[in-house]
Design a protein around this ligand. Structure first.
Ligand SMILES: [Zn+2]
Length: 317
């Protein structure tokens, strides 16, 4: 793998993509993309095998912002806004303590956002101040040196910037496809910053396990069914969901940015072209993944990373 971690996304192609996305948006707000009835009829859910261990899950809420509802789920007739969360998850398994989505460092507006091309920082900046990852861990009396590894759902800036506050020896584990998409080539894809990955041990994974639920590929991280990675490709090529068997006996699917809000799952709606076309690497694949989330059994609690209400509900359990 060519692991250059320096190339920034150039501004002019990003501006052109923004213009195309803006032009495509008004039509979609009036007439959203139609669900694929044939795909829905073909989806079957394979129950996960009973877990032989469980995990403790702790939400580390670090930042928030808001976005127009009709942009998050295109075509929803609303002038309202949805609250958006940014944060990390601490997972304690009998064999390891790890973080899913080491989201934000302190002063992310100064340390990370300037690495994104104009006008992306204007679109994605969380409200100030944000709680840095080290402070979020300290509030729980956890030493960053006690984190065994991190597992980003994907490599966008708002899911890995907290790495800047973890020891350089902490390994980043995620699909090989995601690593090569984000790190190969002279420029980072839109939304990716490479600096937090610089100098870190990277452990590429393959989701070569069987179908789980409505997802075609999986990886049983500890071999005991408690932490199952499932393929949520589309938003990025190696986006994963993390299906956790929690100590209270329930199953929680941390779904990263496959959707931004559960409204999209219920209604089967894409993010609007602006900014979805900018940040979804493969829109068709991302839409297919929304169908797979829609077809999940009701007892799976799906939590999208930026769905403030879902994240807050999980934190309050
Ligand atoms: Zn995100």
């Amino acid at each position: 793998m060519a692991a250059s971690v320096d190339g920034r996304t150039p501004t002019i192609p990003t501006l052109l993509r923004c213009c195309a996305a803006l032009a495509a948006t008004p039509g979609r707000l009036l007439r959203p993309r139609e669900p694929d009835a044939l795909l829905l009829s073909r989806l079957e859910s394979v129950p996960p095998a009973p877990a032989r261990a469980s995990v403790e899950l702790t939400v580390l809420l670090q930042g928030r912002m808001k976005a127009p509802t009709t942009i998050v789920a295109e075509g929803v007739r609303s002038l309202g806004h949805l609250p958006m969360a940014m944060g990390a998850y601490l997972v304690e398994h009998p064999k390891a303590r790890f973080l899913i989505d080491p989201a934000l460092c302190a002063h992310v507006h100064r340390r990370v956002l300037p690495d994104l091309p104009f006008p992306v920082p204007l679109l994605v900046a969380p409200d100030k101040p944000v709680l840095g990852l080290a402070d979020a861990l300290a509030a729980r009396d956890i030493d960053p040196a006690g984190i065994d590894f991190v597992l980003p759902t994907h490599l966008h800036w708002d899911h890995i910037s907290g790495l800047l506050e973890l020891p350089e020896s902490v390994t980043v584990r995620l699909p090989a496809t995601e690593l090569s998409w984000a790190l190969d080539g002279p420029h980072a894809p839109a939304g990716v910053v490479r600096a937090p990955l610089r100098g870190r041990p990277l452990d590429p994974l393959e989701l070569d396990g069987p179908p789980v639920l409505t997802f075609e590929r999986s990886l049983d991280l500890f071999g005991d069914g408690s932490v199952l990675l499932v393929d949520l490709a589309g938003h990025t090529p190696g986006s994963i969901g993390v299906l956790l068997a929690t100590a209270d006996g329930s199953r929680v699917l941390l779904a990263g940015d496959a959707v931004w809000n559960r409204l999209q799952i219920g209604l089967i709606r894409e993010k609007a072209p602006m900014p979805g076309q900018l940040f979804d690497a493969d829109r068709d694949k991302a839409f297919e993944t929304i169908h797979r989330l829609h077809a999940l059994p009701a007892d799976i609690e799906v939590v999208a990373a930026h769905d403030y209400e879902a994240v807050a509900a999980l934190a309050g359990r």
